[in-house]
Design a protein around this ligand. Structure first.
Ligand code: CUK
Ligand code: CUA
Length: 865
């Protein structure tokens, strides 16, 4: 046997593992490494990110979807994609923007009456309690069309979009305050607050920047626009922001650029914006007391109403000591408050330094009214040097920061250098640098901007992916790189291409903090959380007509849509309420009508509405769009639209030969017999489940509940079958018996899943060798003839090791070289009985050892098969 030359494998495999197992795995591993050209460190990195099937991630990342106007959800450390969430953009899979309920949410994002169907999402934020993530709500901004959306983490659906009433673009959003009472949103490109024309020459007088302080109700997860206000600010281009926490709670911080108030004009021979907007050595950090301003905003005399929205003018804010400016190195980008709230780090794209401001110093200057001057709008300016804790040279193009659980440690992205730098902002010392691929923007730490950063990993959100992935054309995917920060120095583990827009920022939360539900209460309008007016239970399905308005109350359940025919007149206005009656997990049904540009996704318990005008005559199939069951294709019906002004000739009825009464009776008997034997199988599964106390295991008992949901519908169908039989309608009785069989199949389907799940929980744990053995058994095709627990085209292997003297030896020899044993009297008898010879599958010795381990495990749990 070949030995792997290095020691690291024994570390990898754990010292407790037996030598044989280790050496066989070692062999395999060294083969794979050679074939794929992997180094030892590659394998270690792979092991740090690999999730075996069924194993879940420790962290969940919510990434902005950039220009897709969506959100991207993925896991860390596996970097496996979990979901896209439709936010500012219609998303057909989720029915988002196609059913009435979600359309209502999407259309809240209309601006001045215009439908907007995309967004430039930048900064997601998770709701906080005491500065720590609570896993309840997620918000994200749209830079292009200044809006903020709220997503409910109970179901990962978008519930609200609010348009900023005064900004024309924004960027410094969205940032939750430490108890999610408010969300800060700063403008980007200064513009008039009203919606009128103002010549660019009046830039300084009529154009404005600002920060909107949205009121948020963390109990219901909605922004309250009426209770929100905007702080007017000079037409400096406000940029990223952060809200204070701990000792700076109540305060907000917003960077800016273009304090030059330059307005460009290449077309008239002026130098371009990029030159004029970066002329000054410093720009201004805005420091404001949003808490005080919020109280002030409640009094009408402190606010101007613009576009139906409260605005606190600059002079009111200044008069109340609630708005200040501090110089900061030119063209800054990120401002990030540390976990205690005392320090804020400002990074400038054009400065190699990070500037660490000390809020205690800032507060003292404010208290003593120690100003170095005022800006042209009368806002007091604090001394930069006296506000600073210090500055550190980090490298070229520092942008954004994420904190570590180690006191004073922070990670900063270097855009130009394409590096992540780890440094200490208290001691003002650089500790470590890690190269990443080209042009990192944000970086995402694990809860790295909360009061409770977790460390472990950091993700570099790179702008370019040149040469990293398979070329998919000139538009490249983004590249998120996972970095292990648990050691002394950083270690880049893996790249993940993100194929959906340019995500600027991502936030990561411990998976254990998320508790989304798997089903809705029956008849829920999921976008409002309320009972839906169209909620329809089994037996309540109907079609109502009121003049030209047709309302359909429909249900969906495996595997039919009720009703299955909807006939309307051309020109009718049709409303279809659909309720998914399923209680079983993951039993979503989709619903569409061909040619109508409609789609809905109905998760268990959800009610949604499709509305349309039946404006063209014809026959339109409708169907379920999720492959939900074996009879999914049959889950369909017809919308028939007829023209009331037309006469239709009925087609000649085709004369079909019908069955004789004897034939019908025979078919009926056969159907009933099949049902009876299917029921016997179900009963045996039920007995097994009961004998093994399935109720004690939540996963199993949930499945059993799902199974009985199906099974309990049988008596109703049986009644109908018997009634039909009594009336002499054997044809109909057969169809109802068939329905019973469908219900039985669905019951058995879940029931067997429950049985498997139960076996998995109660069986003894498989050794890693037995696990490999089971795989070898399957991959070698052994299960083609040998079904554990059953005689099929080969003998049952339960107990095989005990059937023969020196069973282990005997079985090993037989697998390795069956031909040599065909003459053995026992083997000969078996060959005669099954009329089949055990073939040589050319297994290796290791595989045979593993299979033996697997068979031992089978014997230990023989009672379960
Ligand atoms: S911004 Cu894109 S890299 Cu919008 Cu936060 Cu800095
Ligand atoms: Cu329901 Cu397919």
């Amino acid at each position: 046997m070949k030995r792997f030359p290095s020691k690291f494998l024994s570390v990898l495999l754990g010292t407790a593992v037996g030598a044989t197992i280790a050496s066989s795995a070692t062999n395999e591993l060294s083969k794979v490494m050679k074939e794929r050209g992997l180094s030892e460190i590659d394998v270690v990195r792979a092991a740090k990110t690999y999730n075996p099937t069924g194993v879940k991630d420790k962290y969940v990342v919510f990434s902005s979807g950039g220009q897709s106007g969506q959100m991207i959800v993925y896991g860390v450390p596996s970097m496996r994609l979990l979901k896209y969430i439709g936010v500012f953009t219609p998303e057909p899979w989720q029915g988002y923007g196609f059913d009435e309920e979600s359309k209502k949410v999407l259309r809240q994002g209309n601006i001045r009456g215009r439908e907007i169907n995309w967004g430039d999402t930048h900064h997601p934020a998770l709701s906080e309690t005491d500065g720590k993530y609570d896993g309840k709500w997620l918000v994200i901004n749209d830079k292009a069309n200044p809006r903020i959306a709220v997503i409910d983490l109970a179901d990962f659906e978008t519930k609200q979009i609010v348009v900023n009433p005064v900004f024309k673009s924004e960027h410094g959003g969205s940032f939750f305050t430490q108890n999610s009472e408010h969300i800060l949103e700063a403008a980007q490109y200064a513009a008039p607050f009203d919606n009128n024309y103002h010549p660019i020459e009046e830039y300084k007088e009529a154009y404005r920047g600002g920060v909107t302080v949205w009121k948020f109700d963390p109990k219901i997860g909605r922004i309250k626009p009426k209770d929100s206000f905007t702080i007017e600010m000079p037409p400096y281009m406000q940029d990223l922001s952060d809200s204070g926490k701990g000792i700076s709670d109540g305060w907000g911080f917003t960077n800016s650029f273009n304090t030059e108030m330059y307005t460009g004009g290449i077309e008239i021979g002026m130098p371009p914006n990029e030159a004029g907007m970066s002329r000054n050595d410093t720009d201004f950090l805005h420091v404001y007391n949003w808490k005080k301003l919020y109280e002030l905003s409640k009094d009408a005399k402190n606010v101007k109403i613009i576009n139906d929205h409260k605005v606190i003018p600059m002079d009111i804010a200044v008069k109340n000591d609630a708005l200040f400016l501090i110089p900061e190195p030119k063209s800054p980008h990120g401002v990030d408050v540390d976990p205690t709230g005392q320090y804020l780090i400002v990074c400038g794209k054009l400065d190699t330094h990070a500037s660490v401001y000390d809020f205690k110093k800032i507060k003292k200057l404010i208290k003593n009214k120690e100003y170095v001057g005022k800006d042209p709008y009368g806002i007091p300016i604090l001394d930069m040097k006296k506000s600073l804790h210090g500055q550190v040279e980090l490298g070229l193009g520092p942008l954004h920061n994420q904190y570590s659980p180690v006191d004073g440690e922070v990670y900063t992205s270097l855009y130009v250098d394409s590096q992540v730098v780890k440094w200490n902002f208290k001691k003002l010392k650089v500790i470590d640098k890690e190269n990443v691929h080209y042009n990192i923007g944000h970086l995402a730490g694990m809860e790295g901007k909360t009061a409770d950063p977790q460390g472990d990993y950091i993700i570099a959100l790179n702008k370019l992916s040149i040469d990293r992935f398979q070329n998919v054309g000139p538009l490249h995917p983004q590249n998120h790189q996972l970095i292990d920060i648990s050691g002394k120095t950083m270690d880049l583990l893996v790249d993940m291409p993100l194929p959906l827009g340019e995500p600027h920022q991502a936030v990561a939360i411990r998976a254990s903090k998320l508790h989304p539900h798997v089903r809705y209460e029956m008849g829920t309008n999921t976008r409002t959380g309320e009972q839906h007016i169209g909620k329809t239970l089994a037996g309540e399905e109907r079609i109502e007509r009121d003049g030209k308005n047709v309302t359909v109350y429909a249900t969906l359940v495996r595997s039919h849509i009720n009703p299955e025919r909807i006939t309307v007149n051309k020109g009718d206005k049709v409303t279809i309420y659909m309720t998914n009656l399923e209680r079983a997990q993951d039993e979503t049904h989709g619903f569409t009508i061909d040619n109508y540009d409609l789609h809905s996704s109905l998760e268990p318990g959800k009610t949604a509405t499709l509305k349309f005008e039946a404006d063209i005559e014809g026959v339109f199939p409708y169907y379920c769009t999720e492959f939900c069951s074996a009879l999914h294709l049959e889950m369909m019906g017809y919308l028939l639209v007829k023209d009331p002004n037309k006469k239709y000739e009925s087609a000649q009825k085709l004369k079909m030969k019908s069955m004789t009464p004897e034939e019908l009776k025979a078919e009926y008997d056969k159907t009933v017999a099949v049902n009876n034997s299917t029921d016997a199988v179900i009963q045996s599964v039920v007995k097994f489940l009961k004998d093994n106390k399935y109720q004690e295991h939540k996963v199993v008992s949930d499945l059993v509940t799902d199974a009985f949901d199906q099974y309990n519908q049988i008596p109703e169908q049986k009644k109908k079958a018997n009634a039909a039989l009594k009336e002499g309608d054997v044809e109909k009785a057969i169809l109802f018996e068939n329905m019973i069989w469908q219900l039985m199949v669905k019951t058995a389907d879940v029931g067997i899943r429950a049985k498997d799940a139960l076996v998995r929980v109660i069986a003894t744990k498989q050794s890693s060798s037995a696990v490999r053995g089971e795989t070898a058994f399957a991959e070698g095709g052994c299960n083609g003839c040998h079904v554990i627990g059953k005689v099929s085209s080969g003998p049952d292997l339960t107990g095989v090791l005990m059937r023969h003297e020196n069973g282990v030896d005997w079985v090993s020899r037989f697998i390795l070289s069956p031909e040599s044993m065909y003459k053995d009297p026992y083997v000969k008898a078996m060959i005669d009985y099954f009329n089949l010879k055990m073939p040589n599958q050319h297994m290796s010795e290791e595989e045979v050892d593993d299979i033996i381990e697997y068979l031992k495990w089978v014997d230990e749990n023989a009672n379960l098969f």
